[in-house]
Design a protein around this ligand. Structure first.
Ligand SMILES: [Zn+2]
Length: 190
């Protein structure tokens, strides 16, 4: 009993169990506390402070967050420019594919690199999405196939980290850019 409220605590985590009708408000508070960060950060905040909220509810909640939905809409606007690709290894895009739901033992991520001209793809199994691990594969790829002129990734922390930039700095002809890599299936306004 705390004040006039009955509160049940989870025996395992020692966190208060959130009543069904308060789940939305609780997630909302946690989501605001982490500055409208994505699912993982919001989930970490919820998990560290409360019990009785399931992981998948976070996803549902995030779809209802007005500020996050607006931000997404702005992000996905086509820029109105067509990408010009002249030959192999002019522009290579990288992204991470989340395989945490179907891990192969300790490998939970796939680093995917794709040449925009030839559509040739490289894939590397990763144990984590730590920047150092990503960087070591980027380094291997540059050594084996040569560095691209433009190396493009999204704004994920694993790509914006200094260690990736350092790898790119070893090849002065390579420019690293961040921004949403345009998916080939996405229609592009010309
Ligand atoms: Zn939000």
């Amino acid at each position: 009993m705390v004040g006039s409220q009955h509160i049940i605590f989870c025996k395992k985590s020692g966190c208060p169990v959130v009543a069904r009708e308060e789940i939305f408000q609780t997630i909302s508070t946690c989501h605001t506390n982490v500055g409208h960060s994505g699912r993982d950060q919001t989930w970490a905040e919820v998990k560290n402070n409360y019990a009785g909220i399931k992981w998948d509810v976070i996803d549902i909640f995030l779809k209802t967050c007005t500020s996050c939905c607006q931000r997404q809409a702005v992000k996905s606007l086509p820029s109105g420019k067509a990408m010009i690709n002249l030959s192999f290894l002019i522009r290579v895009q990288i992204d991470l594919i989340d395989f945490r739901s179907r891990p192969d033992n300790e490998y939970k991520w796939i680093l995917h690199a794709r040449d925009c001209f030839s559509k040739y793809s490289w894939a590397y199994a990763l144990k984590s999405k730590r920047a150092a691990e990503v960087a070591s594969h980027v380094f291997d790829q540059f050594c084996s196939f040569g560095p691209p002129r433009i190396f493009q990734s999204d704004n994920g922390r694993e790509f914006t980290a200094g260690v990736i930039q350092e790898v790119c700095n070893m090849w002065p002809g390579t420019v690293m850019i961040h921004g949403r890599p345009r998916h080939p299936q996405t229609p592009v306004a010309i």
